[in-house]
Design a protein around this ligand. Structure first.
Ligand code: AMP
Ligand code: ZN
Length: 476
């Protein structure tokens, strides 16, 4: 399975060739843990999970690193703003460390509910202060840094490739922008590697360093943690599109400045989820979380289905009616799969183990090949989903084949379709014995009792259908 992915570096779709033959080194910018993740953030993590699943389907082992930004102020390297971790701590009456712990747990709860695959390693920024300082020392030795006003800066003028990812114009960059916010900077685009001059009152997290007691600049953590856990060169780095211009641009300057090597071969960026009221932000008051959706009666996988319906490089507007449509579509997909399963008379295990691709009928095999093609061509989940639906709607496909293709494709979609079928296989004892009782009643031609039992099963959410091949049951 040859993969083709859109690389922000070249703004084009390229054939994916990893550094090692069978392993992919993947770095994803992780959550800031001073608040809940909003459903926009979660869109980016579902996109990264889709990428990982497609890489695994293509046969690669994926070494997936995602950082935890547990130093609130790391997300703001300008000279104004507030320490968000401290604000959060004050509001909730917890220490900043407790806040970070609390929201890291909350993040992973949402992450799991969306059926995202956990990263191989999820390192915390606060656990890598030494690595960040070592990186500054290397950059200092190579002449990329200067000190001013108590801070250590990266001087972008010293890094000739600065801004290439974002297609920034070097001449304009060097001429400087109009607004000068930090008098210590030689160029407004220079950025802080180490602060000793806290801009915050009651600075909560500080560490000793060769440049004085303080804390690292935000961009530093991803360079330091990526290099520590994945080495000097990696295959893929991901994040939301908002990171292209500054955060990822600065990460490249730090990493490539330090090693003198090309750092990342493929940059993949997810487009934003937008709200009717504009861009969603943790501080903008239009924040919707996964719990908001659950409180409104949605299953987290309804949201996953909604996200799979749009390509990751297109903006997606959030709307409740669109989410309701995704829920209905997911339910009908499950119903179709249950119907197919019921018609096969096979166990779920028989279907999951699957027959080899070449044992499938021609239509089913064609559908599976086309689905894989869609995944392999820049992760086209909406197309793949459409192909799956079309195959399930095609009455000529053998139901066992249809179920096998659906369960196989779901290793990438991640909609837990196997679990949906297993729930069917595992009927609680009392309901299973009701079904046996009803079968006895029907054999004895006691249809009144059989109907009564059917109503009781219906009330318990189990639908009974008597067909030419016998009686089958399904969950409502
Ligand atoms: P943060 O926790 O704010 O650092 O963001 C975590 C991830 O979510 C980053 O990769 C961001 O680029 C991404 N992100 C932020 N806002 C949105 C949004 N509205 N839609 C999609 N991704 C977003
Ligand atoms: Zn990052």
């Amino acid at each position: 399975m040859d993969l083709h992915l859109h690389n922000t570096l070249t703004r084009s779709i390229e054939r994916f060739v990893p550094i090692e033959e069978d392993e992919v080194r993947l770095y994803c910018c992780g959550p800031t843990v001073y608040n809940y993740a909003h459903i926009g953030n979660l869109r980016t993590y579902v996109f990264e999970d889709l990428l990982r699943r497609v890489l695994e389907r293509a046969g690669y082992r994926v070494n997936h690193v995602m950082n935890i930004t547990d130093v609130g102020h790391l997300t703001d390297d300008s000279d104004d703003g507030e320490d968000k971790m401290i604000i959060g701590a004050r509001e909730r009456g917890m220490s900043v460390w407790e806040i970070a712990e609390f929201f890291t747990d909350a993040f992973f709860r949402d992450f799991d509910l969306l059926n995202n695959t956990r990263p191989t390693v999820a390192p915390r920024a606060t656990g890598h202060i030494q690595e960040m300082q070592d990186l500054i020392t290397t950059l200092e030795a190579k002449g990329y840094t200067y000190q001013a006003g108590g801070n250590v800066y990266f001087e972008i003028g010293k890094f000739s490739e600065y801004g290439r990812l974002a297609l920034l114009d070097r001449q304009q960059l060097m001429a400087g922008a109009r607004i000068e916010v930090d008098e210590g900077k030689r160029n407004p685009h220079d950025f802080v590697l180490w602060f000793t001059n806290s801009k915050f009152e009651h600075q909560a997290m500080q560490w000793d360093s060769p440049w004085g007691r303080g804390y690292p600049g935000w961009h530093l953590e991803c360079s330091a943690m990526s290099m520590k856990h994945l080495g000097d060169r990696i295959d893929i780095h991901c994040g939301g599109v908002d990171h292209v211009n500054v955060h990822h641009t600065n990460e490249i300057a730090q990493s490539e400045g330090a090693t003198g090597k090309k750092w990342v071969n493929y940059w993949l960026h997810a487009e934003f989820l937008i709200m009717p009221s504009g861009r969603m932000g943790k501080s903008k008051g239009n924040m919707v979380t996964l719990s908001t959706l659950v409180d409104e009666g949605y299953d987290p996988l309804d949201y996953r289905y909604f996200l799979l319906g749009a390509h990751y490089r297109t903006q997606l507007s959030f709307a409740w009616d669109a989410l309701a449509a995704a829920r209905a579509a997911r339910k009908s997909l499950i119903r179709q799969l249950q119907d197919a399963h019921a018609r096969t008379g096979l166990s779920v295990d028989d279907l999951v183990g699957g027959s080899a691709r070449d044992q499938l009928g021609a239509t089913a095999r064609g559908a599976l090949d086309a689905i894989d093609d869609a995944f392999a061509h820049d992760l086209n989940a909406p197309k793949a989903l459409g192909l799956l639906r079309a195959m399930l709607n095609d009455g000529t496909v053998d139901p066992a084949d249809a179920a096998r293709v659906a369960l196989d494709a779901d290793r990438v979609f991640g909609l837990r379709l196997v679990d949906e079928l297993r729930r069917d296989d595992e009927l609680p004892d009392d309901l299973a014995s009701l079904i046996r009782e009803r079968e006895r009643a029907r054999r004895d031609r006691d249809y009144a009792s059989a109907d009564r039992i059917r109503d009781r099963l219906q009330a318990a959410g189990v639908r009974i259908e008597d067909g030419p091949d016998g009686t089958v049951w399904k969950r409502e």
